[in-house]
Design a protein around this ligand. Sequence first.
Ligand code: ADP
Ligand code: MG
Length: 384
Amino acid sequence: MEVSKSSLKCILFIAKFINSFYNSKINLNIFKGVILIILSIKNLDITFRTNAGNIHAIRGVNFDLPRGKTVALVGESGSGKSVTMKAVTGLLDSNCIINSGNIFYNFNGQTVDLLTFSKKDLRQKINGQQIAMVFQDPMTSLNPTMTIGAQIMEGMLLHKKISTSDAEKKAVELLNLVGIIDAEKRIKNYPHQLSGGMRQRVVIAIALSCEAKILICDEPTTALDVTIQAKILNLIKDIQSQMNLSVIYITHDLGVVAKVADFVNVMYAGKIIETGTVDEIFYDPRHPYTWGLLSAMPDLETDDDRLYSIPGSPPNLLHEPTGDAFAARNKFAMKIDEKAAPPMFKISETHYAATWLLHPDAPKIELPPELKARLERSRKAADL
Ligand code: ADP
Ligand code: MG
């Protein structure tokens, strides 16, 4: 179908208007394929070859990143969060096999599939300039033998037509933006002369230096103490709204998710098992694994002890699970959970969960009462 430029502009204007009207309750399906989805992962399926056998680490992952929003990927260690994101930036280890999938990216107005890009093309055209990553340990991203100024300028000098003195000015601006005091002096420092929190700020400055559209943060505050963690989270949020960045935020900590995310994808054993807006996941969770994660976090208001920790451990993906991979740890599991993996059941336009408990014929299971009381308390506190 041919669409004229003016009607496209009109559609975009209406879409933006509706988007701002609904804010986080945006209906993703309406906007798919227009412009508001900047990255769309479809049916991503990845195996690793190892001496012990094949590990089916990612088992059909789907999700969208709306432009200017933050999508969190949350789940226990080993659930497949980092591998999913490494597939986007071509950083997967060489023993991987990509069984299927597409990673659609809106590249200057054209939709491209990043899985068809060579590692070289990803390095030259995408990484840093379009999609930047911040990892848990800043020292893995920083070069100990170069000043931080030189490291912030490196990408700009390589990819942008910019003079050294302009790049230096921009480096100082970026250090100011990420809250480093005395930026003119600090650009001459080496990484070892900075604290852990400051190093992570520098890594964020490097990530922003080439004006990437997407920032992927992989547990960026896990190695930092709690007060520094809160500062870095606020920094990422501020920068995101100032620069209209789209952010994918990986964490095992739902407390962090509550602070940063618009949308949440809960991962378990290489699959997304619940997806929704942050309100849907925190106030109306439907998957028993999400109940377990919510119960296992300390109370946000009172800093109380955890209600509960999920018994057992995730399955070993060397052996393909038959049925629902969560069944062995799920006290609400039914016979069907042992036989067949549940599909995603729809709860709302933005909220889906893969649990047989949502099948119309399943017994009605209520949220565990302690968790229900806790969620009601936090909802009241949030409404005040
Ligand atoms: P997390 O959710 O903690 O980020 P990962 O995405 O790093 O988890 O890992 C998901 C699964 O993939 C884990 O079981 C991990 O052991 C496995 N995995 C990751 N990289 C490799 C590799 N190079 N070879 C074999 N298994 C791997
Ligand atoms: Mg990880």
